[in-house]
Design a protein around this ligand. Sequence first.
Ligand code: GBH
Length: 465
Amino acid sequence: MTATESTGFPRFPRGFVFGAATASYQIEGAHDEGGRGPSIWDTYCREPGRVAGGATGDVACDHYHRYREDVALLRDLGVDSYRFSIAWPRVQPTGTGKANAEGLDFYDRLVDELLANGIAPAATLYHWDLPQALEDRGGWRVRETAERFAEYTALVVDRLGDRVPRWITLNEPFCSSFVGYAIGRHAPGAREGRGALAAAHHLLVGHGLAVRALREAGAKDIGITLNPDRLLPATDAPEDLAAVRRAETLHNAVWFDPLFAGHYPAHEAETWGELADGSYRRDGDLITIGAPLDFVGVNYYRPITIADAPHQDPDPATRTAVDIRAMESWRQDVRHTTMGWPVVPGALTDLLVDLSRRYPVLPPIVITENGSAENDVVAADGQVHDSDRVDYLRDHLHALAAAVEAGVDVRGYYVWSLMDNFEWAFGYDKRFGIVRVDYDTLERLPKDSYRWYRDMIASHKQEHP
Ligand code: GBH
């Protein structure tokens, strides 16, 4: 029996990358320092009733000032790579024009600190914090934002390209478009079907233009992070199966088809009616969007059970987004995290096997987020014994290893998240970290899950010296 078998750790091939992930608005704070301009999340958080407890990212984890301490935590964890995001409004406070040097300086220091500690930076260019000034001109509803995104990307890669070995253009464009513009649970909080569909397309175009800017600057390991969902029908009734098909278009096909198959989904019209014709789409866009990638990032948390629901919203695209969200129904047979999300590790294996079958030209997969929000408590011994999170991570890593075993080309795994942080509309109520953050003192406290992940990485390194 090998060391790994005796410890029960999942096993991965040599060269598999282990990491941890965060995002700028969720951890940085320092919202008005270093010349940073306001983002759509600064605005959204200030609108009454949008975010639980009226929370904002003004201070968050104060990572902007404490990044050295956070990099030390990453070093002790033993990760190969750290996925963070760059705040566009730090680099361009109004989303256009020349770079704000002070903003880039922060990421320059962070990148150097990571490299000095033997950790490979993986930079996400857009994790939802659009400069407010661009939203005022239409945001992702308009093509101009895609063009601005490519210019911003060029400024970033010009400064950091010599030291950042891995790039991610967008994080979960599904959220930036449908959750932001149709469901309204993310900034900018709109409820417009057409706006959301235009946003989806412009995000994809922006991604393609950014890939071009990165390649022109000589960047190598380039990908996009998506959140494909494993969708299960509540029953075998034809209405539920049709609802699953609509949800497939919305959650999966509208992203994977143009990126990896060169066309928009065939069933689009069934989902969005006449809005699918897309006056915002231009000849040549699919070529731009389909620029070859080195990997596809997959964020995975839970499967979604879909049941048909009565349609209420008159706008076909808003209706699909909103109704499908309403269709999520809870399973009674499994544990749920504090997000209310069912814990079904096997669905990760199935999702990945399915994706790789459906898209024969899919590039290698990297899991760019996976983790769980749990009811953490600081015990009498001063520690957080988050055994539910340890179980979640262990079971999902085993499920991932099973996908690799089944022949899926998976190259890495980033846990969400390095530390507790601003969980968007849920504010600070939900804790996803493997490190606890005390929001009064801003002290960091590694949890049991941090130690479990550290030991798992160490055992992998022992097996593959
Ligand atoms: C990821 O989103 C994010 O990339 C990350 O920033 C986040 O902290 C993490 O997961 C944990 O949530 O349908 O209106 O209720 C995961 C996708 C997006 C799923 C928001 C839940 C709620 C929108 N999530 N969504 S709504």
